[in-house]
Design a protein around this ligand. Structure first.
Ligand code: S3P
Length: 174
């Protein structure tokens, strides 16, 4: 990608169901950057699914793996990174990622997120209680963190292709 960008990576953050992985994969194709999906890397390195990591080792163990991976990402260049929905809720992770990349927040309204995540299957953070209520609560808790991104794009009414191309356009001016 030939842009005026001074930072070395593109970091996609945002709530579950906002399209980080799908958009990230397409954005990597468009930019010629590598693609790194944090959840997929953790699952492959631990040889265990995210729900199994939560169930057998607990959330703090997963968060430690996530933060360790953030440190490694910060030594990389020319990567499009799809973070997990909770990665930037940790202020240290957010600060580090902002130093090593342009952080782009993908957002969506609650109805869209609910429709995309369905029953919350495979997403341990949505397991407790009513899924829609849980989304609302977690979104409120994390809104401030997502709002600190360098760029924000609402994905509710947009296709993956549209979001990826919109990010490309916005990055030209970054
Ligand atoms: C999480 C989101 C998930 C995954 C884990 C925790 C969260 O990623 O990292 O289940 O805390 O919001 P996605 O946003 O890709 O679903």
């Amino acid at each position: 990608m030939t842009t005026g960008r001074k930072k070395q990576n593109v970091i996609l953050c945002g709530f579950m169901g906002t399209g980080k992985s799908s958009v990230g994969r397409r954005l990597a194709e468009l930019t010629g950057y590598g693609f790194l999906d944090m959840d997929a890397v953790i699952e492959s390195e631990e040889r265990m699914s995210i729900p199994d990591i939560f169930a057998t080792r607990g959330e703090p163990a997963f968060r430690a793996l996530e933060s360790g991976l953030v440190d490694r990402i910060c030594r990389m260049v020319r990567q499009v990174v799809a973070t997990g929905g909770g990665t930037v809720a940790n202020p240290e992770n957010l600060a580090k990622l902002k130093r090593c990349g342009t952080v782009v927040a993908l957002t969506a309204d609650i109805e869209t997120i609910f429709a995309r995540v369905g029953s919350g299957e495979g997403r341990p953070m949505l397991k407790q209680g009513d899924t829609e209520e849980r989304i609302r609560t977690l979104l409120q808790k994390r809104a401030e963190a997502y709002a600190q991104a360098d760029l924000t794009i609402d994905t509710s009414q947009r296709t993956i292709e549209e979001v990826a191309r919109r990010i490309m356009t916005l990055l030209q001016g970054d």
